[in-house]
Write a protein that binds this ligand. Sequence first.
Ligand code: C2E
Ligand code: MG
Ligand code: MG
Ligand code: MG
Length: 288
Amino acid sequence: KADSALHSAKNSGRNNWCFFHHSMLSNSYEQIILTDALRNAIANNELFLVYQPQFNIDGTQVVGFETLVRWKQTNGEMISPGKFIPLAEQSGLILPIGQWILQQSCKFLKRTNDLGYENIKISVNLSPVQLVDNNIIDSISAVIEETGIRHSQLTIEITETAAIKSLDDSIAKLTQLREKGIRVALDDFGTGYSSLTYLRTLPVNFIKIDKSFIDKISLDSTQSQLVGYIIDMAHTLGTTVIAEGVEDFDQLKELFEYGCDYIQGYVYGKPLSEADALKVLEEFAQIQ
Ligand code: C2E
Ligand code: MG
Ligand code: MG
Ligand code: MG
């Protein structure tokens, strides 16, 4: 009990600081309960996927979707991925969950192929825990082959921080993915080390400029110029640039002027259910 711990800390001497607080207890207790619930989440159909469209800069074409996982507990409560992905990583549950996410994503893409949309891409986030798994390349390949999509239609998103953690292993694995024709995106670019050296050594096709940079782009000219340099640098290295979290037309205008390639954000589209994602494809097909 938090109170008794506090009590004994007080009694053990007046110079003893007590760092223990109920919130720490309830927090870790909540985490234990959540992790336990997560163990059955797939079997109970509590996990589902949403697909956020990615557009070319002028918004005339949907180039693909990013898969984002959602957890709705049986009591109706939504738990954000920012909260449960770390728990899945700590407990190792991210391996079966990540595999399920890949399977569902590729099945969704196969459905779009069957409907005649043959050049749509799917982008799937890969946890650092999945990246260090020695079977990961074979697991990804197996899903592609089982579902019948093309290797070039799948993009694996990894964060810069994850890639750099075990750099040699990451380079080896990303190279293997690339050799199979699978694309690689560096997610949350700008929030990690973001060194030019890393960008040069990591075999990536895309960088995704983090939302925190995009947020200030139309308000802060230094920030804006920085985004311009990132885009130029990425292009010099032969990398395609996606801006994440673009919410308004002022941001869009700046990104357009800097020659950013793709846009993902509420300005063009929020994460959608599978049915709504298919409707968006249908609408865009009619425009063309
Ligand atoms: P991320 O991969 O960088 O995903 C982008 C996040 O930004 C998503 O939040 C998305 O809903 C949100 N977003 C996109 N556009 C906008 C915008 O215009 N405005 C605002 N305010 N937000 C926007 P979400 O879905 O909560 O995911 C958060 C993070 O959780 C992801 O960051 C990723 O790191 C992780 N995550 C989500 N789904 C998966 C998954 O399937 N597997 C793994 N391993 N991680 C995932
Ligand atoms: Mg991502
Ligand atoms: Mg991101
Ligand atoms: Mg993120």
